[in-house]
Ligand binder design. Structure first.
Ligand code: PLP
Length: 201
């Protein structure tokens, strides 16, 4: 996935012309503006990857194919209720607080099975897998540890819910993508590596 937050629609278009189809955005209004500008690119796949509050769920359910940052049942319930049926199910990753950092986004590993069970019951969501943003670490071996834990958490969920369409490990950003790939990432989220450094917002 190419993470295009803070980057102009023209850069997204350029990447699309090179064959890139999946794009990630964190900020709702910025994303909606870009989507409007790029409405002609009809096979583009938009992923919402940022923090998600209740007042944003309707627009996200209406304008994205994927949400990677679901970490509580209330938000999942709203996304399912607000997803237009004609768009088909919204693909969901549950964000896990894999480094167990206090006050960071993400469900804890302890609470993950209950949240997954709840989401699997929601009619307009398709639970595809897990996402995490580990605490920064130096060196590939240290970077691999939290990604290995996320891989094991997905394997445990698959064992518990064998009929669930769990096929996605959304992990790895510019600074740790090699470690994530070594641990089985199926989708890396790359911003800086593709579009260059971002200006502070
Ligand atoms: C910004 C962001 C990325 C991309 O980060 P880079 O370090 O620029 O590759 C990936 N995932 C999430 C959730 C982000 O917010």
């Amino acid at each position: 996935m190419a993470v295009s937050k803070t980057k102009p629609a023209g850069m997204v278009r350029e990447a699309w012309h090179l064959g890139q189809r999946d794009f990630g955005e964190n900020y709702l209004q910025e994303a909606l503006d870009k989507q409007a500008e790029l409405a002609g690119l009809d096979d583009i796949v938009w992923h919402f990857i940022g923090p998600l509050q209740s007042n944003k769920t309707r627009a996200v359910a209406e304008h994205f194919a994927w949400v990677h940052s679901v970490d509580r049942e209330k938000i999942a319930r709203r996304l399912s209720d607000q997803r237009p049926v004609e768009l088909g199910a919204l693909d969901i990753c549950l964000q896990v607080n894999i480094s167990d950092e206090p006050s960071k986004a993400g469900v804890t590993l302890d609470d993950l099975p209950a949240l997954a069970a709840a989401v699997l019951e929601m009619p307009n969501l398709r639970l595809r897998g897990l996402m995490a943003i580990p605490a920064p670490a130096e060196g590939i071996e240290a970077q691999r540890l939290p990604f290995a834990r996320l891989r094991e958490a997905l394997a445990a969920l698959k064992a518990r819910f064998p009929d669930a369409p769990l096929d996605t490990l959304s992990m790895g950003m510019t600074a740790d993508l090699e470690a994530a790939v070594l641990e089985g990432a199926t989708l890396v989220r790359l911003g800086t590596a593709i579009f260059g450094e971002r200006e502070p917002r």
